[in-house]
Design a protein around this ligand. Structure first.
Ligand SMILES: *Cc1c(COP(=O)(O)O)cnc(C)c1O
Length: 374
């Protein structure tokens, strides 16, 4: 079917490349994959299949229903870890599906132990999360100390991994990184006195880039897999997504003509414009309007506000024989107009851009089955 519809192209080989790139950089540490929020909007089933065939065996989701969905894909050899933990009433489903909760409070730990003991089912294992300064989920130092005194609790809970999360990993010079690292190292040392086999897991994508002392035993990158952050020379990260949209009308504007809602843009000289069929319903945020740029052989500026279903671009700078025609696709995100620039122009982060990509976009997966690590 011919359709003048915006397209989202997702290159699964690039996702695998990024995972393998982190895996090489990580040396001996295991590299898992954070696939919460439908793999940051890109399709959890497709992403997990690709990463599993590349060798990834630990997947992180946000909550119980994401965990059940992942288990439904049937990868019995993989660990599924639920980052938000197990809440009251959810315990039997965690046990039934073999999901590993991240235990984030003393109350959750005790409740989990009781549920495991009452169920008679085998314990799928768990993570214990300490709060090293972000003050989000995790045990505070006093709770952590109390829990350590009851070492048998940690054994009964099947704690396999001690985890924490960095607040400022994307700012390498922030003193928070060193301070959280120091606290985490101390927590790992103390847990090992009780559970000598316990593993440690601290870093997300940006934490990986901080270097080997932040790696520990397991890494849990998300955004880097999806091309949403810069790599390092020794850990290249490839672009994964492209967003392009068709031109649906070309217009010659005269001096004084206004464009779009609020008549915010007014032409100060004659220009050629292209109406493109993509808008905020597709995830192109309205806040992108003032600084927004697209690409068609050259950089094209947005005129006026983003609408629900359309955006207007200034195509006057293009040579007449190189202007797009109706049906040609312009790139909003891709190799020229990068995801990082797109997010920055909209005043937000790549995470928010990816997780807001709309259902209406025609999703096109590249290298779905036939990819090799390269
Ligand atoms: C989302 C999340 C991650 C992944 O972070 P990225 O910055 O996307 O690599 C890791 N750990 C926790 C606890 C998370 O919530």
């Amino acid at each position: 079917m011919v359709s003048y519809q915006a397209r989202l192209t997702i290159d699964l080989k690039a996702v695998v490349h990024n995972w393998a790139s982190i895996d090489r950089f990580a040396g001996g540490a295991e590299v898992g994959a954070v696939v919460k929020a439908n793999a940051y909007g890109l399709g959890m089933d497709k992403v997990v299949r690709a990463l599993h065939s590349a060798g990834c065996r630990t997947f992180y989701v946000a909550n119980l229903s994401e965990g059940i969905a992942l288990k439904g894909l049937g990868f019995v050899d993989s660990h599924v870890v639920v980052l938000q933990g197990c809440y009251c009433g959810e315990e039997s489903l965690f046990l039934e599906y073999g999901l590993k909760p991240v235990l984030v409070s003393e109350e959750m730990l005790l409740r989990w132990v009781r549920a495991v003991q009452a169920s008679g089912l085998s314990n799928p294992g768990s993570y214990l999360k300490v709060d090293t300064g972000m003050n989000r989920l995790g045990l505070r130092p006093a709770d952590f100390s109390r829990v350590l005194e009851e070492g048998s609790m940690l054994k009964a809970a099947g704690v396999e991994v001690l985890m924490s999360h960095l607040a400022c990993a994307d700012e390498p010079s922030s003193p928070m990184n060193q301070s959280q690292l120091k606290r985490f190292v101390d927590c790992v040392r103390r847990v090992k006195a009780v559970l000598p086999e316990v593993k440690a897991c601290l870093s997300n994508s940006e934490g990986v880039k901080l270097g080997a002392e932040y790696h520990f035993d397991i890494l849990r990158p998300g955004i880097a897999l999806y091309g949403g952050c810069l790599g390092l020379p020794e850990m290249p990260i490839k672009n994964v997504v492209s967003l392009s949209a068709p031109v649906v009308q070309i217009k010659e504007l005269s001096r004084g003509d206004a464009v779009g809602y609020g008549a915010e843009f007014v032409a100060s000289s004659p220009l050629l414009s292209a109406v493109v069929a993509v808008g905020y319903a597709d995830g192109v945020l309205r806040s992108w309007s003032p600084r927004g740029r697209a690409w068609f052989g050259d950089c094209l500026q947005v005129l006026g506000r983003v609408s629900m279903d359309s955006v207007v671009l200034d195509i006057s700078s293009l040579d007449p024989d190189q202007t797009p025609r109706v049906g040609d696709y312009v790139e909003l995100v891709g190799d020229h107009a990068t995801l990082l620039d797109f997010a920055d122009s909209a005043g937000t982060i790549t995470y928010e851009v990816l997780t807001r990509l709309g259902d209406r976009l025609k999703r096109n997966y590249l290298n779905e089955v036939d990819f090799a690590i390269g």
